[in-house]
Design a protein around this ligand. Structure first.
Ligand SMILES: Cc1cc2nc3c(=O)[nH]c(=O)nc-3n(C[C@H](O)[C@H](O)[C@H](O)COP(=O)(O)OP(=O)(O)OC[C@H]3O[C@@H](n4cnc5c(N)ncnc54)[C@H](O)[C@@H]3O)c2cc1C
Length: 361
């Protein structure tokens, strides 16, 4: 079987691209995750994520003609962001509409939409590639065996730690990388907020709590250093002072998360190899929202491919210019969230915030 397109990674970006081009091209998708069976407690097999579908991602699903099946949603649905600045002791509430998802079920649903004629290989790990004339030889392993496939186009949709990206651009730095640590705690009463916590003692990015079906997720995007785990403990220690009581910890997980800051952090690929989603460096540098960028980049790449493989990368490169501008604008907005003085002024002003009456809570 000679494939036209091979996709490494069946997360939101890769699964969406395979769905969109799978009827027109012979497509192979590989992912190291199983996407089947019961392994809720195995962090290595699931994507560590807050599982919030933000308004931009909801809009992307609308543009893709999709709605979310109800069995992917988990309670409570969230309409409020509670923002806490631990340095200035300021607290504000903002209205914002999220869909609260089970991320593993969401990813499996996206994979289930890939057309049957696409060959999908779960538990298959990308190893490398070599170029041979106009084709690309993809190497991967599955079940202890090594395989190779010759393809016209290789797509790297393998997330923040993209091996495809590192091999295509061996000499260029990755965008600034954080390590996200997230723990799931049993709780009796869910607070119906997505809480964002700013504290420079913990991180120069942000920490969060998200209620999810009987649990409270506590997470933080921490700069890469030896004391990251210690700073996460500091965060947990401070939650009690905010009235957040944690029960038994039932899951601990972690994942890298990118924070693109320069135009050069966004890479669409080279030659017959394209990068999508977080592998391309596309994620919000201000909120770490990544699902809308995964969907949007895969839509642009699919449209470019459907016009023919010849010159598709140049078309894709041009199509994502508005995404580049969007990421630059988010970087301009960042100081109002991450510079302690500007954040204090913004929160103190109360601009765009709302009152929340907590009767009975
Ligand atoms: C802790 C945390 C919380 C987050 N919360 C949110 C949130 O609430 N809302 C939001 O919008 N965004 C959130 N994000 C960001 C979001 O999860 C990502 O930006 C998004 O998943 C990117 O999609 P993707 O398809 O590009 O990559 P991924 O979803 O990372 O998918 C990459 C896929 O590639 C596979 N893969 C990787 N390497 C290989 C290999 N060598 N061989 C085979 N397969 C491979 C992986 O198994 C995975 O399935 C969060 C991120 C983190 C870390």
């Amino acid at each position: 079987m000679m494939y036209d397109v091979a996709v490494v990674g069946a997360g939101p970006a890769g699964a969406t691209l395979a769905r969109l081009v799978g009827k027109d091209y012979r497509v192979l998708v590989i992912d190291r995750r199983p996407f089947a069976g019961d392994y809720a407690d195995s962090p290595a097999k699931t994507k560590c994520c807050g599982g919030l579908l933000a308004p931009d991602a909801q809009q992307m699903l609308a543009e893709l003609g999709m709605g979310v099946p109800k069995d992917i949603l988990v309670g409570p649905q969230l309409f409020t962001v509670r923002t806490i600045d631990l340095q200035s002791r300021l607290e504000r509430y903002y209205q914002r509409f999220y869909l609260n998802l089970d991320r593993e079920r969401f990813d499996r649903w996206l994979v289930s939409l890939i057309p049957d004629r696409v060959d999908f290989l779960p538990e298959a790990t990308f190893k490398g590639y070599s170029l041979d004339g106009g084709r690309c030889n993809l190497r991967f392993s599955q079940g202890g065996k090594e395989y190779s496939e010759s393809v016209k186009v290789l797509i790297g949709a393998d997330g923040a730690n993209s091996r495809v990206r590192r091999l295509v651009f061996p000499d260029s730095a990755m965008p600034k990388k954080y390590i996200a640590i997230q723990e799931w705690f049993q709780i009796e009463q869910a607070m119906p907020y997505f809480t964002t916590i700013f504290d420079s003692e913990v991180t120069d990015f942000y920490s969060w709590t998200i209620p999810k079906e009987g649990c409270l997720l506590v997470g933080s995007a921490l700069s890469l250093s030896k004391d990251a785990a210690e700073r996460f403990e500091t965060l947990k220690g401070k939650l009690g002072t905010l009235g957040i009581r944690l029960g038994k910890c039932v899951k601990r997980e972690g994942a890298p998360i990118l924070r693109p800051q320069r135009l050069g952090d966004i890479r669409v690929g080279r030659g017959s190899i394209a990068l999508l989603g977080e592998a391309a460096g596309m994620i919000s540098p201000s909120s770490a929202e990544g699902l809308s960028y995964a969907f949007k980049s895969s839509l642009h790449c699919a449209q470019s491919l459907l016009d023919g493989p010849e010159g598709f990368l140049e078309r894709y490169d041009r199509a994502i210019n508005p995404m580049r501008v969007n990421i630059l604008l988010k970087n301009l907005k960042s100081p109002f969230m991450y510079n302690p003085r500007l954040r204090k002024a913004a929160m103190w002003s109360g601009l765009l915030s709302m009152e929340v009456y907590k009767a009975g809570v």
